[in-house]
Design a protein around this ligand. Structure first.
Ligand code: GLY
Length: 369
């Protein structure tokens, strides 16, 4: 299988790019990247886990594809690496690598959200912006953070609070990298796929319901089906609302208002991102039900699917008050007014502002019993 999906971005200038999806294509990455003409020298940013698994294959492919001058920076694996400290270290290494100083370096990120978000931020700020290419290797990277141009580092207790929009020139996905992903990370990525089902793709939701066992058993044919569906949705949403200004892209944040707060309230250790947003989706569903917008039966379906995909439906390890407090740092909060993406049925959501705190607290509490 080899598929290409386009992100169309025409203003202010044409910055459209392709997302290439295939299997066993890591070894051909160099040729494809070279053909794109995005840079003469190539600087790879990856993390220690991914470097061990794919660093050699990727660099070999870049060299055989025609990149004579390559450099590499390996971050320690884990969310702690997505920091201003790493940002400065990598900027220093990139500066040293870019001896000619003529902005002919292309940054390539290889891995999950940490190398992707951090590497994109580095590419977008080095000398006011150089080209970058993303090679995600995680399910979360394939369906969400590996495309769309949101780049950032974490700062204090807030995730992704310092960053910019900087679009890649290409996203290159070798689905076979899923085979080396720990099962907990697969489940974490599945949470983002089911998010798409709830916000706009009821048939994808049905597919996930009928195929949860296959997905958990890493049946690659099922991933070949669902990943391009999610990529196409994200590509279209990015094309329609690149900078998250039109209440379109914000739908991708379904489950993230409470989810990010849960991650923060539990010190980013207890739950993976997908686990936290699974709880966040259930809390948003609970709020929506309380407001009379979402049927009991649909909340039940959502809870069942989350459970069947091996994701948590019960919140432990923090207090309601600490989740509420952490929510106040959410980027969607404006002048102290909260903002949630609420499901109205499986396949449709709406933006809701200023939800009474007691309704939110009740929905959080209902996940704790
Ligand atoms: N992950 C949410 C977005 O890309 O907008």
């Amino acid at each position: 299988m080899l598929k290409t999906i386009k992100v169309k971005l025409n203003t202010p200038a044409d910055r459209s790019y392709s997302i290439v999806i295939g299997r066993g294509i890591m070894k051909d990455a160099g040729k494809t990247l070279k053909k794109l003409g995005a840079g003469r020298d190539l600087f790879l940013i990856t993390d220690s886990n991914v470097n061990r698994l794919y660093g050699k294959t990727a660099l070999k492919s870049f060299r055989s594809g025609g990149f004579e001058n390559t450099g590499k920076f390996v971050i320690n694996a884990g969310e702690a690496g997505k920091s201003l400290d790493s940002f400065l270290k990598i900027q220093g290494a990139l500066y040293d690598f870019d001896r000619s100083g003529d902005r002919q370096v292309v940054v390539v990120t290889l891995g999950g959200g940490v190398p992707g978000d951090l590497g994109g931020f580095i590419a977008g700020t080095y000398k006011r912006g150089i080209s970058f290419i993303q090679i995600p290797t995680t399910l979360l990277g394939f369906v969400d953070c590996g495309l769309g141009g949101k780049t950032a580092v974490n700062f204090r207790e807030a995730k992704n609070s310092i960053g910019i929009f900087w679009q890649p020139k290409l996203v290159y996905m070798d689905l076979d990298t899923l085979k080396t992903l720990p099962p907990r990370e697969i489940k974490s990525g599945l949470a983002e796929t089911l998010k798409y089902g709830v916000i706009c793709a009821p048939t994808l939701f049905d597919y996930l319901e009928f195929n949860s066992d296959r997905l958990l058993a890493l049946d690659m044919a099922s991933y070949e089906k669902i990943i391009p569906v999610c990529v196409k949705i994200k590509a279209d949403i990015t094309s329609a609302d690149e900078r998250d200004e039109k209440d379109i892209r914000i739908m991708l944040n379904f489950g993230h208002t409470a989810g990010h707060a849960i991650e923060a309230a539990t010190g980013y250790r207890k739950y993976t991102h997908g686990e936290a947003i699974s709880l966040g989706m259930l809390i948003a569903g609970g709020i929506s039900k309380e407001l009379g917008l979402f049927r009991d039966a649909d909340l039940f379906r959502l809870e069942n699917l989350i459970d069947n995909l091996g994701l948590p439906v019960k919140l432990t390890g923090c207090k309601v008050s600490s989740v509420l407090e952490a929510m106040k740092h959410d980027k969607k909060f404006k002048s102290g007014v909260n903002r949630f993406i609420l499901p109205v049925k499986i396949g449709a959501c709406k933006v809701a502002d200023n939800i009474p705190e007691k309704v939110i607290a009740k929905a959080i509490k209902s996940r704790m019993v």
